[in-house]
Design a protein around this ligand. Structure first.
Ligand code: AMP
Length: 258
């Protein structure tokens, strides 16, 4: 496995590769959810590229960015263990030589759900994904359906801009109690972890979005949104843990729509 931090070196290396690449972009702090995407890419492509880049432009809250977990040494060991071939790990200056003068903005769906209370979030996401797809030029790129809104926006961006990469959505991996795996789960302590473990069940069993909001508020969660769209129920909550606010998102087909 080769680690590349310098983008000039990356572009030289990429121009010499004539194999079909599978690509998994991440912000690191890898867990089984990320590994499921990587395993699928390794199985379906000649070479797999993992990127690790905590993308500052998609964080509207500096405290959330500062406390985002990192575990580079473990990440590299995990990547190697599942058969990743290349790891791309640029820094901010490398990724944003334009200092974010050029932005990829979507006008409609990016303003809903996570875009409604995280202003500019999807502009940061789409801009960095577009840059990464240009750098990696993969045949296939893998995204988790845990971030369903992100997956749809990226898929539509690729279609709208005639990008050749196939965007593949992968099922959400969950803990035993159903909590969607997330790098942010590392910041949850005992009680907050128990509350977080109820989130998916409440999304699933509630008969309406309003019922889900009431049940989550009764547990002490700050509800950013709960909304049923396209036959799925989407939710985002904030949970206090160790003096910190942890934001969790999830989405699923609720019981009453099955
Ligand atoms: P992140 O590092 O959080 O930006 O995630 C990188 C990729 O992994 C995204 O496509 C996520 O949707 C995906 N991902 C994160 N958590 C999970 C999970 N629990 N199951 C499946 N995919 C996931």
């Amino acid at each position: 496995m080769q680690l590349v931090k310098d983008l000039e070196q990356w572009q030289r290396l990429r121009s010499e590769l004539d194999k079909a690449l599978g690509f998994v972009p991440t912000m690191g702090a890898l867990h089984e959810g990320h590994l499921s995407l990587l395993r699928r890419s390794v199985a379906e492509n000649e070479l797999t590229v993992l990127s690790i880049f905590v993308n500052a432009t998609q964080f509207n809250n500096q405290a959330d960015l500062q406390s985002y977990p990192t575990s580079i040494e473990d990440d590299l060991k995990l990547a190697q263990s599942v058969g990743v071939d290349l790891v791309l790990m640029p820094d901010y200056v490398q990724m944003y030589p334009d200092n974010f003068r050029f932005q990829m903005h979507e006008e409609i769906f990016s303003q809903d759900l996570c875009g409604s209370d995280r202003s500019g979030h999807f502009t940061g996401v789409l801009t960095v994904v577009l840059k990464l797809l240009n750098l990696v030029q993969p045949e296939k790129a893998y995204f988790g359906l845990k971030d369903y809104q992100q997956y749809l926006l990226i898929k539509d961006m690729c279609a709208g801009l005639f990008l050749p990469t196939q965007i593949i959505g992968c099922e959400t991996l969950r803990e035993n109690d159903g909590l969607a795996m997330s790098s942010r789960n590392r910041r949850l302590d005992g009680v907050a972890r128990d509350v977080a473990g109820s989130f998916n069940g409440i999304l699933y069993h509630s008969n309406s979005d309003e019922d889900a909001i009431s049940a989550l508020q009764a547990l002490g969660c700050n509800v950013a949104y709960i909304k049923t769209l396209y036959g799925r129920r989407f939710g985002a909550v904030e949970i206090e843990s160790q003096g910190d606010t942890v934001r969790l998102i999830d989405n699923l087909v609720p019981e009453n729509l099955k």
